[in-house]
Design a protein around this ligand. Structure first.
Ligand SMILES: Nc1ncnc2c1ncn2[C@@H]1O[C@H](COP(=O)(O)OP(=O)(O)OP(=O)(O)O)[C@@H](O)[C@H]1O
Ligand SMILES: [Mg+2]
Length: 341
């Protein structure tokens, strides 16, 4: 569970232009909740996303992930657990790198000094191709093409995929964070991880020992050793971390309506298939009602509406609009945003 507890965020504090972006805000996000967030310009939507992802620190309050205080954990360290897609299709991928290179980096495999390795790991490549096929955009046939050549919608779909794909963090990170963020019994999880590691390590040691006495040439030895090391890595495969929480900040706003629809449907599919916890900011009230299982409305850094389940499903744009007008008298929202098309 992700929890924002009494979060306040000011900008330009103690100056005449001081603004309060979030005002003593409380939000508990349960696993597998798909929350749509609406609110006028400047209501604090993006600031919430920044606080969750760690790109902004709150002035007051705490951020908890599975009861663990991550308020001041760096964005970089949180990255394995959060996927994020922004409004700008240019921001989530590197234009001058190929689809394969972008995905490799997202997978946590990218090492600048070993570019050639990227192309050699067949298993990773197969995994990427499988993922790309699910988009149904033909991108699996364009692995070597630079991402800069893709359309905005294709690029946003790829970013979405990269933001939600499984992670392969280092052994150290798995050990540290799997235990820390495990939702199961912590001591049991730790025990399990330790056991699997020790077993895999023991087996690797034995295999390497055997190899040393097998009289192979230097080259043969090296390639066999790599194989063994790879096999050992796969033993800890089951501790691969799936992105747990997906943060979408108006990620379809820059796309034409048809493409936006396609990317939204893809979003829903990816969220359902991976059972992701999702927070999606949108200015489109229709989408806010249609997607997800909980809806919150923000105004002046506070949650003014919070509906879920059946109540949310029954909402109409008119009702939502009324709520918006009552809750945020002096906020602004464009007609197209309200009406949705
Ligand atoms: N880096 C910053 N410096 C100064 N003020 C900021 C900064 N970021 C946000 N703010 C202010 O904080 C408030 C909340 O901004 P935020 O970006 O969270 O709004 P939003 O709900 O995402 O709006 P929009 O719909 O326009 O994207 C606004 O008043 C904004 O001007
Ligand atoms: Mg915003």
């Amino acid at each position: 569970m992700l929890e924002l507890r009494n979060i306040s965020k000011y900008f330009n504090k103690n100056t005449p232009s001081q603004t309060i972006a979030l005002d003593d805000l409380n939000l508990q996000i349960k696993p597998k909740e798909f929350i749509t967030v609406i609110g006028g310009n400047g209501a604090g939507k993006s600031t919430i996303m920044n606080i969750i992802s760690g790109s902004t620190e709150p002035d007051k309050g705490m951020v908890l992930l599975n009861d663990y205080d991550i308020t001041f954990m760096s964005e970089h360290k949180r990255a394995p657990y959060f996927g994020r897609v922004f409004q700008d299709p240019m921001s989530g991928t590197a234009s001058d790198m190929s689809i394969l290179e972008n995905m490799t980096i997202a997978y946590g495999r990218g090492k600048l000094h070993s570019v050639f390795r990227w192309f050699m790991n067949k298993k990773d490549k197969e995994y990427f191709v499988e993922l790309l096929k699910t988009l149904d955009l033909g991108l699996e046939n364009r692995l070597m093409e630079k991402v800069g050549l893709l359309s905005g919608g294709q690029r946003q779909a790829l970013t979405l995929l990269m933001a939600t794909m499984r992670q392969r963090p280092s052994e150290r990170i798995i050990k540290r964070d799997f235990v820390r963020f495990s939702e199961t019994d912590k001591s049991k999880a730790k025990e399990e991880v330790e056991k699997a590691f020790l077993e895999a390590k023991k087996k690797r040691k034995e295999a390497l020992k055997e190899l040393k006495t097998s009289g192979l040439t230097k080259e043969e030895f090296k390639s066999k050793r790599d194989l063994i090391n790879n096999e050992y890595k796969d033993k800890i495969y089951k501790f691969d971390l799936t992105k747990q929480i997906l943060l979408l900040d108006e990620h379809t706003a820059a796309l034409d309506p048809k493409t936006a629809q396609k990317v939204l449907d893809l979003t829903e599919k990816i969220v359902n298939e991976n059972e992701l916890t999702t927070v999606m900011v949108t200015h489109n009230m229709k989408d806010a009602i249609r997607y997800g299982n909980r809806l919150i409305m923000l105004s002046h850094g506070k949650i003014v509406v919070d509906v879920s389940g059946e109540e949310k499903k029954k909402l109409t744009v008119e009702q939502l609009l009324n709520m918006f007008q009552v809750a945020s008298k002096d906020d602004t929202m464009s007609d197209s945003a309200i009406l949705g098309d």
